[in-house]
Design a protein around this ligand. Structure first.
Ligand code: 5GP
Length: 293
């Protein structure tokens, strides 16, 4: 029996055709950028466009300079990835194996950048983080904390909530890349999740307070430290007081702390003014990518 293709209208055919042409163009551009070493294989894997996500891993390895067919075949075999696997179908474990095999086979790979974002309370850091959460190139680090969960917070997504005893144990085991005390609770960044994320080629984003940022500066000199600043002091005062639920004393304390935090902006590599969340998020991404070049 002969299969008859579904009948499409002229318009549907034309639009499918245009989409295919655009996808082919995206892929050709990507291959050229790989060949010119403007992009690494992991930059491509992190490109969220559908046309790119449909590319085969094998095509990327073949397009990268100096890999060659035999090595490409071996890398895929050893990483346990089928030769026809597409980017979108790659699991986290396979991604890690792929990277390990590439390193073993002396194919140059970038690790992701480490980005630290700090700034005064109320400036909008968590909105920026939320905006970046679904980006495939970014991994938001989930900190450990001893404070109580707030309503709407989920253990493992917003924080790893834990007791003081458990936090002490993690300090003793050297599990923290940095940790600090803030408003009566302790907060810390887990070393292993940052290392694993970067090793998988992701840019790992830490949203932490200033004492922690200073520790990262010492421990990881290649980290990119970004300070988020409000458009003006008055704007910050308005945002902080708009919460409305604070007592006058608490409000005064928040403002005093924000003033101290604002005075630290000069210690950071970049200061981004939060006029629009989308703009800050995209600037942060392009800074992270250029950090690796
Ligand atoms: P909150 O309790 O409002 O979620 O966070 C309070 C402060 O702790 C914020 O300034 C936040 O950026 C910071 N913070 C969150 N996680 C960490 C961490 O792992 N290390 C450090 N040093 N600060 C953190």
């Amino acid at each position: 029996m002969v299969n008859t293709p579904p009948k499409l209208s002229k318009e549907a055919l034309a639009s499918a055709g245009a989409k295919a042409v655009a996808a082919r163009r995206d892929r050709a551009e990507i291959k050229q950028a790989l060949a010119n070493e403007e992009l690494s294989i992991f930059d491509v894997i992190n490109d969220g466009r559908e046309s790119i996500q449909r590319m085969k891993i094998r095509e990327l390895l073949d397009a990268a300079p100096g890999v060659g067919e035999r090595r490409a075949f071996t890398i895929m075999e050893k990483a346990g990835i089928s030769q026809s696997r597409r980017i979108a179908g790659l699991g986290a474990h396979q991604l890690k194996k792929l990277r390990e095999e590439m390193i073993l086979n002396k194919v140059p790979v970038n690790q992701g950048a480490l980005i630290v974002m700090s700034g005064p309370g109320g400036v909008g850091k968590s909105t920026i983080t939320a905006h970046l959460r679904s980006h495939p190139a970014i991994l938001i680090s989930v900190s450990a904390t001893t404070r109580e969960p707030r309503e709407n917070e989920i253990d493992g997504r917003d924080y790893h909530f834990m007791t003081d005893e458990k936090f002490d144990q993690l300090i003793a085991q050297n599990e923290f890349l940095e940790w600090a005390e803030f408003a009566g609770s302790r907060y810390g960044t887990l070393r292993k999740s940052v290392e694993d994320g970067r090793a998988a080629g992701k840019h790992v984003l830490l949203e932490i307070e200033i004492a922690g940022a200073r520790q990262i500066r010492k421990a990881e000199p290649d980290a990119l430290l970004i300070f988020i600043s409000p458009p003006s002091w008055d704007d910050l005062v308005e945002r902080l007081t708009a919460r409305g639920t604070d007592s006058p004393e608490r409000r005064a304390a928040r403002l005093a702390l924000a003033e101290e935090e604002m005075a630290c902006a000069g210690e950071f590599d970049e200061v981004l003014v939060n006029h629009r969340v989308e703009d800050v998020a995209s600037r942060l991404l392009s800074l992270a990518t250029s950090r690796l070049k």
